[in-house]
Ligand binder design. Structure first.
Ligand SMILES: *[C@@H]1O[C@H](CO)[C@@H](O)[C@H](O)[C@H]1NC(C)=O
Length: 245
């Protein structure tokens, strides 16, 4: 009973903190359960959250992932702050379109750079990359490479809702890179629809599942909700102009 109450209290706090506040951090309450102790990493510019002496965790990935079923449009419901800032320029309406091209997957990540106005359609900025299975016998482990990046980054599907037959519904993707001098990690909550069925409660639920596995994001790399929905123009929309960056 107590555990249930604690979870409920956390969820309610999550809702209160995030109500109507897309683009804000999910509640510090959830984050405070973990994170590095004060003074250990968390600084910016030093190479990602957690500072320079952290090792990447090794969470289990999903036991099965059908790449063909995984293709198509995904909407980014939430992402960790460092990735939002560095790769997405903190822009709203982020999507990922996956298309199977033989053994690899074409990746087109887009964001809305400028909304539509009277004189011009919305401007959608996209980047094209490639994803590929990166570990035999580990279907949830992919790598993804974008032009300009020196090496592919890990793309690990650690949680998945829905079925192969319906093309899945929600995906939780984790990425972590560490060397002796560098540590960087990111989390992506993707949905087939611009909004999750149960809104911020559901976002908090998926994030809580990540925390439950011992993955922690430092201050400055909080999980934040990405604005999505009616005010967004997406790639493929009428009048929207797509620019590849
Ligand atoms: C309309 O949008 C275009 C493209 O984003 C921009 O260059 C222009 O300044 C905007 N005009 C107004 C009146 O906001």
């Amino acid at each position: 009973m107590t555990a249930v109450r604690v979870v409920l209290v956390a969820l309610v706090a999550a809702t209160a903190a995030a109500a109507g506040a897309s683009g804000r951090a999910l509640p510090a309450l959830l984050d405070r359960q973990g994170g590095p102790p004060p003074g250990v990493g968390g600084g910016r510019g030093g190479g990602g959250d957690g500072g320079n002496r952290r090792k990447c965790p090794n969470p289990a990935t999903v036991p099965a992932l059908d790449l063909a079923a995984y293709t198509g449009r995904w909407y980014q419901i939430g992402v960790t702050a460092e990735f939002a800032e560095r790769q997405e320029d903190n822009k709203p309406c982020v999507t990922a379109d996956y298309r199977l091209t033989g053994p690899t997957v074409e990746v087109i990540n887009c964001k809305q750079d400028a909304p539509a106005n009277r004189s011009s359609g919305a401007i959608i900025g996209c980047a094209k990359g490639v994803a590929f299975p990166s570990s035999k016998g580990d279907p949830g482990k992919l790598g993804v490479q974008f032009p300009g990046a020196p090496v592919p980054g890990p793309y690990w599907v650690i949680d998945l809702a829905g079925t192969k037959a319906n093309g899945y519904r929600v995906a939780v993707v984790y990425s972590c890179t560490s060397t002796s001098r560098f540590f960087s990690q990111g989390l992506f909550l993707l949905s087939r629809t611009p909004r999750l069925r149960y809104g911020v409660f559901e976002a908090a639920y998926w994030y809580a599942r990540v925390l439950a596995r011992g993955i922690r994001f430092a201050k400055g790399n909080e999980f934040i909700l990405t604005p999505q929905g009616k005010s967004c123009a997406y790639r493929g929309a009428k009048r929207a102009k797509v620019i590849f960056q």
